[in-house]
Design a protein around this ligand. Structure first.
Ligand code: GTP
Length: 609
């Protein structure tokens, strides 16, 4: 067999990843590499071969990293495809630690974008050899000369060192693979030392349990060997060990220094095989762990409730299953007076939230209401007590709050220079503080702001896109917290607070939020048999008020005479309708009103439709 997996001479191994801004063509380039190296024949080739999840293929985005082994001119290349979206940066950073080199891919019609920079800095931080590459040179709009110059300026090389490829037509891809062999350093490790392998991914598979992806740094891992996870000291037996090329292949000889592959131990939960942990041999354990990663912390929280309260157990089960595969997903049960039983779920960002919600609805057939997303606040009370608030309804009321802290981000926006004014206006309107600005070329700027995370999670990116005609790109990373003048706005129906509508907002925006929400609800809630006041309040102070006038709806009004069966039918129908109503005090609120009022769409988005 030409490509006998396992125990390759480290001098012949090259481990590299492809990093790029979203949509610059990583997955397409990876497809071509699979084809050109012959691991996938033309007949079985399909687009985005490595994106295995339906949702990845449909949306055309990569969510999970993938590692695949490619034979090339007597060498073994391990390619790791990484996601480009900012929510999944932690996936990128873990892949980087398994590599010695990175292909920095830039769309030749777009140039450098915010995530190009963010990923480049991550790669440099990990001391990787960087190969600058312009992609999509087949596009008529491609400007390879201009962007080669930009890219060369950024990483400090000569424009002629920037390679040019088309992932679509395959032009330049062979040369790129040769370049990887020539320039990316071979892995170094001590073959005789105790085994140490870094876990860079772990995935739950229904049939095989958890599949753990590792990069061996020192020593050797074999089949039927007892291994120890160094952070927990838990030991397991390796039932299977192998490489992906591009389907799993068992490596009879195990994995040696520099090799990238997978192991299966029969554990059922990804948390037992924690990403960033070091695997060693139980018989001859290493003493020092490899540098791991920071565990991703949820940044955005939202309440998820089944529309049909009977589906609560199914929702729990679905979340349990998703968590097997996504260690960054956290949730705990929560009850809402308005929405019933549900969960408070923590996400890495808005896209992560959207994806989890879509998977819950699609893969598990659930219908869900989600409350408006919010960030995590730290509240310090006058008596020195501290609270972590992930749900606005837990925000303490009364005058005893001393300080409130909110998370802030270091945000980088890249755009053509003509949009500087518009961008600054948006950022200023969201309490941003300008940190600096640099010209990447004469017509492209990088603008850096400190922005509260809570201001970004709503429609910031949409606004940025629409005010810059789609040209701006954004990247952000957590940058600690700041004290802010934040208040909780409650919405009351007939004097009863509706917990699902409470929000924590900046004092200057509280009035706007209250007025908008009260107006929205007046339109969404049908008239009842009595008058319903809608109020927005901060503590006991009412800041906005609307009224829903009374009406008496008599479904039997049209039934003259005594046709009892017809009357019964109408009453039945009314009862059906009532099942989709939630009671808030005495007020009946239709399910749709919650869904519509809680949708995060801004009014400008709606206007566009
Ligand atoms: N013309 C042309 N189009 C390309 C080329 N490479 C990729 N594309 C197109 O660009 C779009 C994005 O490509 P992907 O490969 O999905 O991009 P990606 O960087 O993997 O995206 P994420 O995985 O979401 O980060 C797709 O519509 C591709 O068909 C190329 O070389 N030429």
């Amino acid at each position: 067999m030409r490509n006998q997996p396992g125990q390759t001479d480290p001098a012949l191994i090259r481990n590299f990843c492809i990093i790029a801004h979203i949509d610059h063509g990583k997955s397409t380039l990876a497809d071509r590499m699979l084809q050109i190296t012959g691991v996938v024949d033309d007949r079985s080739m399909r687009a985005q071969y490595l994106d295995r999840m339906d949702i990845e293929r449909e949306r055309g985005i990569t969510i999970k990293s993938q590692a695949v082994r490619l034979p090339w001119n007597g060498h073994v290349l391990n390619m790791i495809d990484t996601p480009g979206h900012v929510d999944f940066t932690y996936e990128v950073s873990r892949s980087l630690q398994a590599c010695e080199g990175a292909i920095l891919l830039v769309d030749a019609a777009q140039g450098i974008e915010a995530q190009t920079l963010a990923n480049l800095y991550l790669a440099m931080h990990n001391d990787l050899h960087i190969i600058p590459v312009l992609n999509k040179i087949d596009l008529p709009a491609a400007q390879p000369e201009k962007f080669a110059e930009e890219l060369a300026g950024l990483i400090g090389c000569d424009p002629s060192d920037v390679l040019r490829v088309s992932g679509k037509t395959g032009v330049g891809v062979k040369e790129l693979l040769d370049h990887v062999v020539e320039t990316v350093p071979a892995p170094v490790g001590d073959a005789d030392a105790a085994a140490r392998a870094l876990i860079f991914d772990s995935v739950y598979d229904t049939y095989r349990g958890v599949v753990t992806y590792v990069r061996v740094v020192d020593g050797h891992l074999g089949k039927r060997e007892r291994i120890t996870m160094m952070s927990t000291q838990a030991t397991h037996e390796t039932l299977e060990i192998g490489v992906i090329s591009p389907e799993p292949k068992v490596a009879e000889k195990g994995l040696g220094v520099g090799e990238v592959g997978y192991l299966i131990t029969g554990v059922k939960d990804v948390r037992q095989s924690r990403v960033g942990d070091t695997v060693t041999s139980a018989a001859r354990g290493a003493t020092e762990m490899l540098a791991g990663y920071d565990h991703p912390r949820p940044m955005v929280f939202s309440g998820l409730y089944p529309i049909d309260g009977d589906e609560y157990p199914e929702l729990r089960e679905a979340l349990d299953k998703l968590q097997l595969n996504d260690a960054s997903l956290v949730y705990e049960p929560e009850t809402s007076a308005a929405l019933g039983f549900g969960f408070r779920v923590g996400f890495l960002g808005l896209l992560h939230m959207e994806i989890i919600r879509e998977r819950l609805e699609r893969e598990f057939g659930l219908s869900l209401i989600s409350t408006a997303p919010n960030v995590v606040y730290r509240v310090v009370m006058e008596d020195g007590k501290e609270l972590t608030v992930t749900n606005p309804s837990e925000f303490p009321t009364g005058g005893k709050i001393a300080q409130v802290f909110e998370p802030v981000t270091k945000s980088t926006i890249l755009a053509p220079a003509e949009f500087i004014g518009a961008i600054m206006e948006i950022c200023q309107g969201r309490r941003g503080q300008l940190q600096g600005m640099d010209y990447l070329s004469e017509d492209r700027v990088e603008i850096r702001y400190t922005l509260p995370l809570g201001e970004i999670i709503f429609d910031f990116f949409d606004q940025l896109k629409s005010r810059t005609r789609g040209y701006a790109s954004l990247d952000y990373e957590p940058a600690g917290e700041q004290e802010a003048d934040l208040v909780k706005v409650d919405i009351l129906l007939q004097g009863e607070p509706v917990d699902a509508f409470s929000a924590i907002v900046h004092k200057d925006k509280a009035y706007g939020y209250g007025v908008d929400m009260a107006k929205k609800l007046r339109e969404l809630i049908p008239r009842q048999q009595f008058e319903v006041p809608i109020q927005a309040a901060i503590g006991a102070r009412v800041i906005a008020r609307e009224n829903i006038r009374a009406i008496r709806k008599d479904v039997l009004a049209k039934c003259y005479g005594g046709d009892i069966s017809r009357k019964r039918k109408l009453l039945e129908k009314q009862k059906e309708g009532k099942k989709r109503m939630k009671m808030v005090g005495r007020v009946e609120v239709p399910q749709e009103a919650f869904v519509a009022a809680l949708s995060t769409e801004s009014s400008t988005d709606k206007a566009k439709k």
